[in-house]
Design a protein around this ligand. Structure first.
Ligand code: DX5
Ligand code: ZN
Length: 229
């Protein structure tokens, strides 16, 4: 994974056909997705339940590029090795998910994977400042985690701008997760984000049998974001 600030579109398979994950991953990559975003939820840290490590291992052979695993689980430390072994390239954990985030990020780096740090809409940047040497990606949640299809929280755009300034020249991606559409992508791209997660906005109108709309949606989001940079 070479570092670049070019806009990357990361469809969230939370909006895919749950009976067809392998084919859905192949379809979104064929249609231009840069990364595949996998939302892991535990029914405890967030009010929804999704994918375990076995599911990630099963879809891994269907993904040529980056598998971006977003862990919305607490506790998270006992599961890091399992998601690393399942083939994640990036493992992102929540600042709010445990008392020892520094240790958790260290544990991710020890597996040889890229370490991501996610922050909820209600979390400020002060704690992040002390973790910049520990992370490869910071995910700014622009919805409260748990569900796809929620409305983008506009107050987070200023946070992205401040985070971009805080990061300076460090090779750290800024990822945006939640409510990304053709309308909101330019706002966060202009503020300094480079990885745009999008679930409903990518999968709408398409299917494995008719994947062309995935490509149209990805191209539209990318074009809107790139115009704003
Ligand atoms: C929310 C997840 C997101 C979500 C994005 O907890 O982390 O990745 O699936 O979905 P949309 O793009 O529909 O808001
Ligand atoms: Zn996510």
């Amino acid at each position: 994974m070479e570092f670049s600030r070019k806009i990357k579109i990361a469809p969230s398979i939370l909006s895919a056909d749950f009976a067809n994950f392998g084919a859905e991953c192949r379809a979104i990559e064929d249609q231009g997705a840069d990364w595949v975003h996998v939302d892991v939820m535990d029914g405890h840290f967030v009010p929804n339940l999704t994918f375990g490590p076995a599911m990630c291992a099963a879809i891994r052979p269907h993904i040529k590029g980056v598998m971006d695993v977003h862990l919305m689980i607490a506790p998270v430390d006992p599961y890091i090795e399992a998601y690393a072994a399942a083939g994640a390239d990036v493992i992102t954990v929540h600042l709010e998910a445990g008392p020892h985030i520094h240790r958790t990020l260290q544990a991710i780096r020890n597996t040889g994977k890229k370490a991501g740090l996610a922050i909820n809409p209600g979390t400020g940047l002060d704690a992040v400042a002390h973790l910049l040497d520990m992370v490869d990606l910071i995910c700014v949640m622009t919805v409260n985690p748990g569900f796809g299809g929620q409305k983008f929280i506009h107050s987070q755009v200023d946070k992205v701008r401040s985070l971009r300034a805080m990061i300076g020249d460090r090779p750290i991606h800024i990822e945006i997760d939640g409510g990304v559409t053709v309308e909101t992508a330019p706002l966060v791209a202009a503020a300094g984000a480079d990885v745009l997660v999008a679930g409903s906005a990518v999968f709408k109108g398409g299917s494995v049998a008719n994947p062309a709309p995935y490509g149209e949606n990805i191209r539209a989001i990318r074009a809107a974001a790139e115009k704003a940079v």
